[in-house]
Design a binder for this molecule. Structure first.
Ligand SMILES: C[S@@+](CC[C@H](N)C(=O)[O-])C[C@H]1O[C@@H](n2cnc3c(N)ncnc32)[C@H](O)[C@@H]1O
Length: 586
């Protein structure tokens, strides 16, 4: 779960009449139910929680602890790939860049051969068709006018649409007003945790900017106007925003591209671990009439979770090293993580590792500015090239930041950066799973794919295969089997290996990537592995979600291709055997 887009909150045209106080505690802030002991069952259920209890399947329970607040626990043991929660988000909105390519109601692309239809009034949201538009109308009706007014007063075309955060908060407040402040819907939102009273300064500033934009979007002219949304002061508005920031999920496409944000109070009850036993996904659950149930947010078990064990998901990218994970958790969720991965300094974390300088097959922790001493855990050789490694790490991180920023505006520049930096960091000895090498490799892969020339050469295709293989190797070293990120990476590698080679030619055994039939066989094996992992990460009952179905089809067509090929070989053999048999006959 992450929410980086808050930083993009628009700051223009702030209302003059509003003073949003910084860091003032909210007297009426609802408290998470607390009990003595670390994991006591919540006996006194607040009104707000009643609805959430009803939404939880019978196998789950809400319990609270002093350190992490409320959390969701297993009442029965479940197996990997079990869908633990399946819910329709309270609100889901698309990021601005996807408004014209994805339906704002079902959050899916247009059906094959069809195109999206634009709302003729605001000309901002697009839909699959009238069924999707009608389903969204209750939420869009007032939003439609607000979007038109925002566009009219926007200082420039690039800020003519409010950010996803502002649009999402607008939808939440309007629905809260419409459903009634005491409705189950509103109480569920109110039950989400707020950090208003203990925000770090950086977060307070972001919340404040967001509040200003929201005030403009809702066309409020004085704090008293907030009353119609059940908020009685600007401080309560900031409290509402804190609740939203702490509990919002990144809405993703079935292949995990971030496409927007979603709010689901029941899923938001789950606490964080950097070694999660479950994941939050939007797999698309299928069926002939699936659009009306989408988007669906689901929590899926990554491994067996035992009775009386807490369900834990990761709020941040767990391929990052500890310091970066802690920074991200503190900035957005205001806590320090003490999970096993963060607390136990056992062995070397493969997110921060390099190969033994003597190439004994062992690994060493990467040196840091604070602790530059590093030695191989196997042969104990000391890393002497510390300065060179630190330089490579610094240059790699700077390059990664730059390439990430320019990737959509200037993909050629981004590709130039990743192409130059990957060899530098690799030669410093970093393992494929280490930061920033893994992140650069994955970015390089996606840039290569998105900038494929029409006349793709064997060389380019092979480079993509090699990059995708390095990425999957790195991910497989640090993410558990069935993790959706790892499963999608495997599926992509399998699909890339299955692409028709422009000029296949036999290669010596052991050459990577292979060519011709051995490549096809490798594609088949990789897709089979991917499918097994997709069944875990996106749920067995979903048949691995949309990517799982696609991979199943890829496997079937490869089976045919390999079958035709084997049949061809058999025919060739029998063609050559038969004449000989005739010759050697009586
Ligand atoms: C999405 S909410 C999770 C549910 C929350 N515990 C509650 O009572 O509503 C996120 C907040 O829960 C708390 N939290 C989640 N995981 C935690 C962890 N591993 N350690 C400490 N606090 C955690 C933090 O306050 C965080 O901002």
């Amino acid at each position: 779960m992450s929410f980086s887009d808050l930083r993009k909150a628009r700051q223009s045209k702030e209302s003059q009449s509003f003073v949003i106080p910084d860091n003032q505690p909210i007297a009426s802030e609802p408290q998470a139910p607390q009990e003595e002991g670390s994991t006591g069952h919540v006996n006194e259920v607040t009104h707000a929680l009643e609805g959430l209890y009803k939404k939880l399947p019978a196998s789950l329970d809400i319990r609270s602890s002093e350190t992490t607040g409320r959390g969701v626990w297993m009442k029965d043991t479940c197996s990997p790939g079990s869908i633990l929660i399946s819910a329709q988000p309270h609100t889901a909105v698309l990021s601005n860049q996807y408004l014209d390519s994805i339906c704002s109601s079902c959050c899916g692309p247009p059906r094959a051969g069809d195109s999206l239809k634009r709302c003729t009034q605001c000309q901002t949201l697009w839909y699959c068709g009238s069924a999707c538009q009608n389903r969204d109308w209750a939420a869009h009706k007032t939003e439609c006018i607000a979007l038109q007014q925002w566009a009219t007063s926007a200082p420039s075309a690039d800020v003519a649409i409010p950010s996803e955060a502002v649009r999402c908060l607008g939808r939440m407040l309007r629905k809260r007003q419409k459903q009634g402040l005491t409705s189950v819907w509103a109480r569920e939102i109110d039950a989400m945790q707020s950090h208003r009273s203990s925000l770090p300064q950086s977060a307070t500033e972001t919340h404040t900017h967001l509040a200003h934009s929201l005030v403009r979007y809702l066309e409020l002219t004085s704090p008293s106007d907030l009353a119609e949304y059940g908020l009685h002061s600007a401080a309560e508005l900031v409290d509402f925003i804190s609740r939203f920031v702490t509990n919002t999920f990144t809405l993703t496409s079935p292949s995990l591209t971030p496409i927007g944000i979603a709010v689901s109070p029941v899923v938001a009850l789950i606490n964080h671990s950097c070694e999660p036993n479950a994941v939050v996904v939007f797999p698309r659950t299928g069926g002939s009439d699936s659009q009306k149930n989408e988007p669906r947010i689901e929590v899926v078990a990554l491994r067996q979770i035992n009775k009386d064990e807490e369900i834990l998901t990761a709020y941040i990218d767990t391929t990052l090293p500890m310091e970066k994970r802690q920074e991200a958790l503190k900035a957005t969720y205001n806590f320090q993580c003490h999970c096993r991965l963060c607390a136990e300094a056992t062995g070397v974390d493969l997110r921060e590792a390099m190969y033994c300088p003597k190439s004994c097959g062992g690994i060493c922790p990467v040196p840091t500015e604070e602790d530059s001493f590093s030695r191989c855990i196997k042969c104990k050789s000391v890393v002497s090239s510390t300065d060179a490694v630190l330089d490579a790490l610094r240059v790699g991180q700077e390059g990664l930041d730059k390439a990430t920023v320019v990737q959509s505006r200037d993909p050629a520049k981004a590709i130039q950066l990743t192409t130059n930096l990957i060899p530098i960091i690799t030669s410093a000895g970093l393992t494929p799973s280490s930061h920033p090498l893994l992140a650069l490799t994955r970015l390089h892969q996606s840039l290569l794919i998105s900038s494929l020339p029409a006349n793709m050469t064997q060389e380019i295709l092979d480079e993509i295969v090699i990059t995708a293989t390095k990425g999957t190797t790195g991910l497989s070293d640090i993410l558990c089997e069935g993790h959706p990120v790892r499963a999608i990476a495997l599926a992509e590698l399998g699909k890339i290996l299955a692409v028709d080679e422009p000029s296949p030619a036999p290669r010596p055994a052991g050459t990577y990537p292979p060519s011709g039939p051995p490549r096809l066989k490798l594609a088949y094996d990789t897709l089979l592995r991917a499918r097994n992992e997709l069944l875990i990460g996106f749920g067995k009952a979903n048949d691995g979600g949309q990517v799982g179905w696609e991979v199943r089809e890829n496997i079937v067509s490869l089976e045919k291709e390999i079958g035709v090929w084997s049949q061809g070989v058999r025919n060739v053999r029998s063609d050559t055997v038969t004449p000989r048999a005739i010759k050697s006959g009586p």
